[in-house]
Design a protein around this ligand. Structure first.
Ligand code: GLC
Length: 557
């Protein structure tokens, strides 16, 4: 056992003040001997029933008593897999090397990973920066490999950046806003390092990244969960950082919905793609970060106030999402038959969606068994597109009920050709074309049909799919997806995204050596190898919440 492993455990006190009421409880693991010998069994040898973490009785408990807690694989890279009984895929070593090359240092300390190191690309744009969202899978890879230091440094550096005054022209941004990205400027003569950050004021389109703060909170929990080091989240700086992020999204206004109103381009999809309003990508991250914050906020005077607000918001948000964003065969049929112009509380068609606005493709796409959270819901507008990140995060955060989670996996299986094709995973489905593309994207040449954010395939999403598969007890789906990625990723030099209806072509303007494609692959591999890592990024169904009304066939099958 190496030093890093032990370090993580030493800081854990049994009387922690951070309550982790709703999910994998790390403290329970601490008195149990860690049987690393178990890791010698290959993942494939384990029975499927063992893999149904969260959904089958005892699944999780089995893991927790058998495996080391998430984050303590502790093996030196790339030897991680060599200690197992099966031969590691040759890509794993290459991926670790590439990931290490992407590390960015500030005054000698590792603080993050650069978005892409593509020497062949003519324009660097901002790909030489550390993006908060892009670092997330890198952080998981390091945590899973027992290297939490870089993650801690990153959390503290970005927290420091949050404290900066942020302006776009003469307008001051909210205090809690987290940067989309930052860069370390090295002065070789003066031998100094300085930081610059982008909160949206330099970003194409000048949009603030709503997702950054959410990823930050979710990562703080993953770090805490993985290392057992509660002291970081408990610092007054981290507590304040969380509260500032939360006050941005819990403030009262003219909203009639508990969902968070957003500008287009405020997430991973960072250019105009018609996701303004209440995009699923943000709502799922919002929900997850509220739950993560709830488990880490102290019950002191300031913390208590936020805890109360979070609990109320979660209650409403969960209901709203599960009821109005959920689409399956039955629900589609109901919307198809909706009456319009209903007034008063008795309205069935609450948002006055006109059935004629349902796009033709949904009728073919919707399987009899299966369902998903649609892209957006607002007055008279439903965006029926499928978004991978939002649906995977809905599973991981338990925004989806266990039945809904199963239905999402059913949909992925039955629409494999469309959603996975030759390269996992389509960021959104289907693509927007012709006139609609002109109006919705503003004629964006990067987001042409089946490219980039407009129906492109993003290897980084593999880790989210894998995590969702493990959580729902369907690892064979992840295995299939990883096999596909392994036929291409290394050979193609780890592209940022693929183009085409089935994702066969390296993306038009895709960077090579895109760090999150590399890290996403490693995380997917490590999770399949040791599913107990899932605990870092998964939250169990809140037992106090009653399941929502059953409405459709796919919820029950
Ligand atoms: C692109 C992606 C964005 C990512 C950035 C850096 O702009 O759309 O999600 O963070 O590249 O990789």
């Amino acid at each position: 056992m190496d030093g890093t492993k032990e370090m993580g455990l030493r800081n854990v006190s049994s009387t922690c003040s951070i309550s982790d009421m709703d999910d994998f409880d790390l403290s329970r693991l601490l008195d149990k001997p860690r049987l690393n010998i178990e890791r010698k069994r290959s993942f494939d040898e384990r029975s499927l029933s063992e893999l149904s973490i969260g959904f089958t009785r005892g699944g999780l408990d089995n893991y927790e008593s058998t495996y080391s807690p998430g984050g303590r694989s502790g093996f030196d890279t790339p030897a991680s897999s060599t200690r197992n009984s099966f031969e590691p895929h040759p890509m794993v070593a290459d991926a670790w090397e590439a990931l290490r090359r992407s590390i960015v240092y500030f005054r000698g300390q590792p603080v993050g990973t650069i978005a892409a190191i593509d020497h062949a690309s003519e324009e660097v744009l901002n790909y030489d920066q550390v993006f908060v969202r892009d670092f997330f899978p890198s952080a998981l890879a390091f945590l899973m490999n027992g290297e939490p230091e870089i993650v801690k440094n990153f959390l503290l550096k970005t927290l420091h950046l949050q404290g900066w005054e942020k302006r776009i022209d003469r307008f001051k941004l909210g205090e809690g806003a987290m940067p989309a990205s930052f860069k370390v400027l090295h002065d070789p003569i003066r031998k100094t390092d300085t930081l610059i950050a982008d909160f949206g004021e330099s970003a194409i389109g000048r949009v603030a990244p709503v997702d950054s703060g959410f990823w930050w909170i979710i990562l703080l929990r993953a770090y805490t969960k993985s290392t057992g080091d509660l002291s970081l989240a408990e610092t007054s700086e981290c507590q304040k950082g969380m509260r500032l992020i939360l006050s941005l999204c819990l403030s009262e206004g003219f909203d009639t919905f508990p969902t968070l109103l957003c500008a287009d381009g405020c997430s991973m999809i960072d250019r105009r793609m018609g996701i303004y309003g209440y995009p699923i990508e943000i709502q799922a991250l919002f929900f997850m970060s509220l739950r993560c914050a709830l488990s880490m906020l102290k019950h002191d005077t300031e913390g208590k106030e936020f805890i109360e607000r979070i609990v109320k918001r979660l209650h409403a948000l969960r209901y709203h999402m599960r009821s109005y964003f959920w689409l399956d065969f039955q629900q589609l049929n109901d919307i198809y038959r909706y009456k319009t112009e209903e007034y008063s509380h008795t309205a069935v068609n609450k948002f006055n969606v006109i059935p004629d606005s349902i796009p033709d493709w949904v009728f073919d796409f919707m399987p009899t068994r299966g369902g998903y959270f649609i892209g957006n819901v607002s007055p008279a507008r439903m965006d029926f597109r499928w978004f991978a990140l939002g649906n995977c995060v809905a599973i991981l955060s338990s925004l989806a009920t266990p039945e809904q989670s199963m239905a999402i996996m059913d949909l992925i299986e039955s629409r494999w050709e469309e959603l996975v094709g030759e390269m996992p995973l389509k960021i959104a489905y289907p693509a927007i074309e012709s006139h609609e593309w002109r109006i919705v994207t503003g004629c964006d040449p990067k987001n042409t049909r089946w490219s980039y954010h407009n129906g492109g395939s993003w290897p980084v999403l593999l880790w989210m799919l894998t995590a969702a598969c493990i959580k729902t007890g369907r690892p064979q789906i992840a295995r299939r997806a990883i096999d596909l990625a392994e036929t291409r990723l290394l050979k193609d030099s780890w592209p940022e995204y693929y183009d085409g209806k089935v994702g066969r072509f390296i993306g038009k303007q895709a960077r090579k050596y895109q760090t999150w494609s590399i890290a996403g692959y490693l995380v997917a591999k490590m999770m399949l190898e040791d599913p107990s890592h899932l605990g870092m990024i998964s939250l169990e169904e809140d037992k106090q919440m009653k399941p929502v009304i059953k409405r459709s066939t796919s919820w029950t099958c």
